[in-house]
Design a protein around this ligand. Structure first.
Ligand code: NAD
Length: 490
């Protein structure tokens, strides 16, 4: 386990010597410490990233950069078990989920290696102009120095979603992981060192948001900010970025609906709804936390959902058979328990869950929780809880379901269950969300765009859309005629 900051290809101590405790959320016990970077360290990292951007890295072919990415992918895979266990210790998620994430992170590096290779062929495109005296080409070029700030729910995977496309495109990057979960980002830095990534191309600085994140946001040498996290910090970051017109991409929160129609298989619907809200303890930006069920199957659906929710094994993510681990931190536990209390006060019924399990008093555990009678103007219906808490509500018609689903300031994801293909197509088109899942919830693919409508964010990550985030567009237009140019209008 690493403790230093990774800057300019070296492990260094923070200038002011700050340290942060690393806590295992399953026990509440400190098991390690990491560095707390401050402004001077951030400046050191950004300066290194700028120097690397002025060097060979952006000038290399995509194929050469792709080779580094493929080596990173392969080293992540070789250490999949060990890195996954580290992720569980840091974040709390069940080990099989961590293995899934780490495998996905490796896949993300491989995918962008492929796009880097293709980029050599597609980097320059000739376009037709309506005036034959001119020719024009459009070149795609690496955008510059990237400041990437990520949350704690998928620590290595969120790092991969930003680092892999940025490096593939020829950018250099300073990554600030979340203070609660920095260990696997530090392992990524160690892997970058092993594969001899040129110094300064990837820098990892750990620390708290206000001291290590804010100076990165404010730094004049950062060309682009790539952020995943809460809407409140996203808005702050966007305002700060406006001062120097930094490029910004934001992946923020959601309150995603799941529409369950009366022509679907209830058992399958229950299973996908459970996955949609209890996977990763509900700490998922796209969690389908508002479930709308047709009134004719509402009672049966609710009964089965509650039965299954009560069967979930809760415990330490490293223990066999555990499906629900602890929440990431004491703060998150307090937020989620507070949100459930608030829901009760505002009139919701807690059908199951709602408490910390008595036999797991030390860690940050919360029972899988199902709420009904949730008022439409209450916090539980409108705001992200980011925990294993689902609101279930009946609807009478397709129109009502769509209206309820879209009645939110968020627009990250939406899911629906139906056996009617025409309805699936119609409803998918009517939902105002960046991701719509039909007869499933939450599957993610590196190839497909990820991001939200409305206040769920700006831009898209993953797929070729994620690559575009890290490129600038340059037109190169030439006058090829022998005729003298008359600048005045005849
Ligand atoms: P957060 O916004 O508190 O923190 C995210 C990151 O921002 C952390 O690294 C933190 O240190 C940093 N940060 C905090 N203050 C900062 C500041 N002033 N300047 C710069 N950086 C600062 O969010 P969180 O609680 O860590 O994560 C949960 C949120 O993230 C949820 O709202 C969730 O929906 C969202 N999220 C979205 C996606 C997505 O893809 N859309 C994915 C995961 C999480």
């Amino acid at each position: 386990m690493r403790t230093g900051l990774f800057i300019d290809g070296k492990w260094v101590s923070p200038k002011l010597g700050g340290k942060l405790d690393v806590v295992n959320p399953a026990t509440g016990k400190v098991f390690h410490e990491i560095s707390a970077a401050t402004e001077e360290d951030v400046d050191h990292a950004v300066t290194a990233a700028r120097r690397a951007f002025n060097g060979e890295w952006p000038k290399m072919s995509g194929a050469q950069r792709g080779q580094y990415l493929r080596k990173i992918a392969s080293r992540i895979r070789n250490r999949l078990d060990e890195i996954s266990e580290l992720e569980v210790l840091d974040n709390g998620k069940p080990l099989p989920e961590a293995k899934w994430d780490i495998g996905d992170a490796a896949g993300c590096f491989d995918f962008y290696a492929g796009l880097a290779e293709e980029y050599d062929e597609n980097r320059v495109e000739t376009i037709c102009l309506p005036d034959a005296r001119f020719t024009s080409k459009v070149a795609r070029e690496p955008l510059g120095v990237v400041g990437a700030i990520i949350p704690w729910n998928y620590p290595l995977l969120m790092a991969a979603w930003k680092v892999a496309p940025a490096l593939a495109a020829g950018c250099t990057i300073v990554l600030k992981p979340a203070e609660a979960t920095s260990l696997t980002a530090l392992e990524l830095a160690a892997i970058a060192e092993e594969v001899e990534l040129p110094p300064g191309v990837l820098n990892v600085i750990t620390g708290i948001g206000s001291e290590a994140g804010q100076p990165l946001v404010d730094h004049p040498e950062v060309d682009k900010l790539a952020f995943t996290g809460s809407g409140a910090i996203g808005a702050k970051l966007m305002a700060a970025a406006a001062k120097s017109i930094k490029r910004v991409s934001l992946e923020l929160g959601g309150k995603s609906p799941f529409l369950v129609f009366d022509d679907c298989d209830i058992e399958k619907a229950v299973e996908w709804v459970m996955f949609g809200i209890f996977w990763n303890q509900g700490q998922v930006c796209s969690a389908t936390s508002r479930v709308l069920v047709h009134e004719s199957i509402h009672a049966r659906f609710l009964e089965r959902l509650v039965e299954e929710a009560q069967k979930i094994t809760i415990g330490d993510g490293l223990a066999d058979g555990v499906l629900l681990g602890p929440l990431v931190s004491k703060i998150q536990l307090e937020r989620v328990v507070g949100a459930i209390e608030k829901a009760r006060e505002q009139g919701a019924t807690v059908v199951t869950g709602g408490r910390r399990p008595a036999h797991l008093a030390e860690g940050y555990f919360v029972e899988p929780t199902v709420l009904t009678d949730v008022p439409l103007d209450s916090q539980a219906w409108k705001e992200e809880i980011f925990g294993p808490v689902v609101c279930v509500r009946a609807f009478a018609s397709e129109e009502e379901a769509i209206a309820l689903a879209n009645d939110t300031r968020f627009g990250l994801a939406a899911a629906l269950m139906t056996s009617d293909d025409a309805r699936a197509e119609r409803v998918a088109a009517a939902l105002r969300a960046g991701i719509v899942w039909i007869n499933c919830s939450q599957p993610g693919f590196t190839e497909a765009p990820w991001g939200g409508y409305k206040q769920s964010g700006i831009g898209r990550e993953l797929g070729r859309w994620g690559f575009e985030n890290y490129l600038e567009t340059k037109q190169i237009t030439a006058y090829v005629s022998d005729e003298p140019w008359a600048w005045y209008i005849k």
